[in-house]
Design a protein around this ligand. Structure first.
Ligand code: ZN
Length: 508
């Protein structure tokens, strides 16, 4: 049902219910007609923003078109929830977002009504993961052959990214890097790890050609979520759909887990996730509407504005969004190679790695990794026996400016031969220890103890070609413990690998 069908006769009073200050009730419409019903609209004030009723919309002549309620968070605040008579609004509410700083509700009161918005101090920044619902050319409209859902969602995703990036302090990434790439639904959801919001963009399909309404599918328990409500209203209003928007959740038979893979995935990594169905492409009007690039831009602009109001974003200033510093680990790979690995910094577009010969020395850039999801760098051609110090930082470009995270903690590693991988075998009064060739080793040293954690004594040094050592003359039934390390001679000095794992056997 759209507002034109909702008829009511009324006199509306606008009353500000304030705890700290009070207004005299103002009557905006004179009584006329026969016994008009009289509704009062009250605003319950709350900290962090303002809610006001547009008085021009509450005259008797204009009220039938809906009463406009304008929700404006203060700078640095976002909207947590919006309520009518204490409840999140149902579908008797609609209205577009008019700008990035206000959200405009249109309400149709049938009784005394109070409206309220609850605001929260915003982080000042938000990480958004956008997901084009499908890849390639899929989900063709049966009523408009030129329309493919996949094409629409890819365009809308890109417009929405562009519109959101008009705001400062927002990181927007997409699940796929190209439209031709397929990706599992669950994996798309989990790719939002560390992000605040995951939105999967779609148009719906059904057997009825007249079905025309936006559908928001939320994770379990979130059907009254203010952002879901806002986005539902916006899609309905911008597309001017024939039926009101709906908000659903859909669970598996266990009544716990999400039915949809993208929502299951996003939930598993703790991200608020939603599927936005931009009405139905089985409806000709909707399919035609969604085929227009300028309509999709308009949609993206309005959706971005709602996200901005919800999270308290603005277009002012420059981005100061903090990228988390990566956590660095270093592994010795061989006698001249170290491998660096680090944890993903959410929102990073790449990483810069710096190296020094001393902890507090000069760090020089050794590598720029130009991908936020590459989390490994192999540093080759190093000098055996030398200790190298590393740190790493993440970066992302905002507009034309590159912003960096703080530097990671410094991690150091001495380059040495890899530790040998060992095996053991026992024979008659003998035990044989074996190892695989260690690249760059000049020789190997075998150690032995009588207890696992006992004192290991060097029992033999072997040359580079040796792959085993047989310890003979051992008493039957006596157990021995062994470990091996490789070394490389550098300028007359032995640079040892780490000890292998310990291995043990009883002689037969
Ligand atoms: Zn879809």
């Amino acid at each position: 049902m759209k507002y034109a069908a909702r008829m009511f006769s009324l006199v509306i009073c606008v009353v500000m219910v304030a705890t700290m200050f009070s207004f005299a009730p103002g009557v905006f419409a004179a009584e006329s007609g026969e016994e008009p019903a009289e509704y009062q609209i009250s605003v319950i004030p709350s900290a962090g923003g303002t809610v006001s009723v547009d008085p021009e919309t509450v005259t008797e002549e204009t009220a039938a078109k809906g009463v406009k309620v304008i929700v404006t968070p203060d700078k640095g605040y976002g909207v947590s929830s919006i309520k009518i008579n204490g409840e999140a609004p149902d579908t008797t509410v609609s209205g577009p977002v008019s700008s990035g700083s206000s959200f405009v509700w249109t309400i149709y009161p049938q009784e005394d009504t109070n409206v309220q918005a609850v605001f929260h101090k915003s982080n000042g920044y938000v990480f958004v993961m956008l997901d084009a619902g499908h890849y390639g050319n899929v989900n063709r409209s049966p009523v408009l052959k030129s329309y493919y859902e996949s094409q629409m969602t890819w365009k809308l995703q890109n417009y929405l990214k562009q519109e959101l990036e008009e705001y400062t302090n927002v990181v927007v990434d997409t699940t796929r890097s190209s439209q031709s790439k397929d990706m599992g639904v669950y994996e798309r959801g989990t790719s939002s790890k560390g992000y605040d919001l995951f939105l999967s963009l779609h148009s719906n399909a059904t057997s009825s050609k007249s079905t025309d309404y936006p559908l928001i599918i939320t994770q379990k328990g979130n059907t009254k979520d203010a952002l879901a409500v806002m986005l539902g209203q916006i899609i309905e209003s911008v597309m001017d759909t024939r039926q009101d928007y709906q908000i659903w959740q859909r669970l598996n038979k266990d009544n716990k887990t999400e039915y949809y893979g993208v929502l299951r995935g996003s939930k598993s990594v703790g991200t608020k996730g939603m599927i936005l169905e931009h009405s139905f492409h089985t409806n000709l009007t909707a399919a035609k509407w969604l085929s227009s690039n300028s309509n999709l831009k308009k949609m993206a602009e309005a959706e971005a504005a709602a996200i901005a109001v919800y999270y308290g974003l603005s277009k002012e200033g420059s981005s100061t969004i903090p990228l988390k510093k990566p956590s660095l680990r270093i592994y010795n790979t061989d006698y001249r190679t170290l491998t660096l690995k680090w944890g993903k910094s959410v929102g990073a577009q790449g990483y810069v790695i710096y190296r020094s010969r001393t902890k507090n020395g000069t760090y020089k850039r050794v590598k720029t990794v130009k991908s936020g999801s590459t989390l490994k760098f192999i540093n080759r051609k190093l000098t055996c026996g030398t200790t190298y110090y590393y740190k790493i930082r993440a970066y992302r470009k905002f507009g034309g400016t590159t912003r960096y995270s703080n530097d990671s903690a410094v991690k150091a590693m001495k380059v040495r031969p890899a530790k040998p991988s060992v095996g053991i075998r026992s024979g008659k009064r003998k035990i044989t220890v074996k190892w695989k060739k260690v690249t760059g080793a000049t020789g190997y040293v075998v150690y032995r103890a009588k207890k696992k954690n006992g004192k290991y004594k060097k029992i033999r040094t072997l040359k580079r070609s040796a792959r085993s050592y047989t310890n003979t003359g051992i008493k039957k039934g006596k157990r021995y413990y062994y470990k091996v390390r490789a070394y490389r001679k550098v300028k007359g000095k032995r640079i040892y690998s780490e000890y292998s794992r310990t291995i043990n056997r009883k002689a037969k």
